[in-house]
Design a protein around this ligand. Structure first.
Ligand code: PLP
Length: 391
């Protein structure tokens, strides 16, 4: 394993802070490293492997499609792409789908669509602590200085306001504004949940000013929060929804959904992606969504999420290092008064993979197929980690 990591350090560009293991195999909620160690995976590729590793429905669909047609151009109609579009439309408030390959690309598409729809209005208001991706447009939409500072100039036309502050949003609207874009629950920014009534307030401001409401569901989408889409918890009806992470159950695919009157703004030639919605990716996503969008499955996610949060709240009573437990469904955050990295490292040493954001927030995005006893195992490991890390 060490030799492989040394090779990686020599040949792979240094863009990630990586933990020193090589993962080679996965099944359900578990992954194995190249030395045979088994880990309980509460990172799941950062909310990608929602059905766990190598779920049979998806693996079979990939195998079958790989022998039939892996790729063809969007110059022609693609059967699984059409069926996936239908499925996403029928389970959301939108009417049309565009496919791409990642979350950042889905957000780029949303920015372009909003501007074309805006007929000259171009400004998009986004949130502080948001995360929308790393390509220049999505990076400009991301309200975090640390990601932007070395890459200016960024595309113009983005404005940031604090999350959960309706007054600031209302004040930021100008005659040039065409849209508001936000995550229903901020992921990368620290698992930040909206205040009661906030998202409805945002929608009201959008309706009043004829602005599009764009919801970035790249992380929250497709069951993560216990509903198909996170917006469905908040009694709102976004005009554009972006998706990626869990959509292909590990196969790279992104999507932008839009309401009819918004989607109409795009005409042939306005936007495209060579790989977007190709047969292999959309067949995998069709298989994944056949489970992810199932009502019974979603109800179980909600229930397990409540259990997980309740167990963390119990832990909070015993450990003063935990200052806040937050999240929705199986997107859970645990804010600490101490640095989160030693906790993450302790857990890995004890064969549990978890992730940290913002330096002091533990982020748990386990596979949605996780069991209560696996949640218990993580709680127990966390307990040991907190016993050893007081400051
Ligand atoms: C991960 C993420 C993105 C970026 O997705 P990529 O596939 O890495 O480009 C965008 N928005 C949100 C909310 C995300 O969590």
């Amino acid at each position: 394993m060490e030799d492989l990591i040394a090779l990686g350090q020599k040949y792979v560009m240094n863009t990630y802070r990586r933990l020193p293991v090589v993962l080679v195999r996965g099944s359900g909620a578990y992954v194995w490293d190249s030395e045979g160690n088994k880990y309980l995976d509460f990172v799941s590729g950062i909310a990608v492997n929602s059905l766990g590793h190598c779920p049979q429905v998806v693996t079979e669909a990939i195998k079958e499609q790989a022998e039939k047609l892996i790729h063809c151009s969007n110059l022609y109609w693609i059967e699984p792409q059409i069926k996936l579009a239908q499925k996403l439309v029928e389970s959301s408030c939108c009417h049309k789908a565009f496919f791409c390959n990642s979350g950042t690309e889905a957000n780029e598409a949303a920015v372009k669509l909003a501007r074309k729809w805006g007929k000259g209005r171009f400004e998009i208001i986004t949130m502080e602590k948001s995360f929308h991706g790393r390509t220049l447009g999505s990076l400009a939409a991301t309200g975090q200085e640390k990601y932007q500072k070395d890459f200016r100039p960024l595309p113009a036309g983005f404005k940031y306001v604090p999350f959960n502050d309706l007054k600031a949003l209302e004040d930021a609207v100008t005659f040039q504004t065409c849209a508001v874009m936000l995550e229903c629950i901020q992921g990368e920014g620290g698992v930040n949940v909206p205040d009661p009534g906030y998202l409805q307030g945002v929608q009201e401001i959008c309706r009043k000013n004829n602005l599009l409401l764009i919801v970035d569901e790249v992380q929250t989408g497709l069951g993560r929060t216990g509903k198909a889409f996170a917006y469905q918890h908040f009694n709102i009806s976004p005009d554009i929804i972006t998706l990626a992470k869990a959509l292909g159950s590990g196969v790279p695919i992104g999507a932008m959904l839009a309401k009819e009157e918004v989607a109409e703004a795009f005409q042939p030639g306005d936007h495209a992606a060579t790989f977007g919605g190709n047969p292999l990716a959309t067949q995998a996503a069709l298989a994944a969504t056949s489970v992810l969008l199932d009502e019974k499955f979603l109800a179980e996610v909600a229930e397990k999420g409540q259990y997980f949060k309740a167990e963390l709240a119990k832990l909070k009573e015993d450990f003063s290092q935990i200052t806040k437990v937050k999240g929705l469904g199986l997107m859970v955050g645990c804010e600490l008064s101490i640095d989160a990295l030693p906790i993450v490292e302790f857990c890995m040493k004890h064969k549990v993979l978890i992730n940290a954001v913002g330096g002091n927030i533990l982020r748990f995005v386990p596979p949605l197929i996780v069991t209560k006893s696996e949640i218990d195992q993580v709680i127990n490991t966390l307990k040991e980690a907190l016993l050893q890390n007081h400051k």
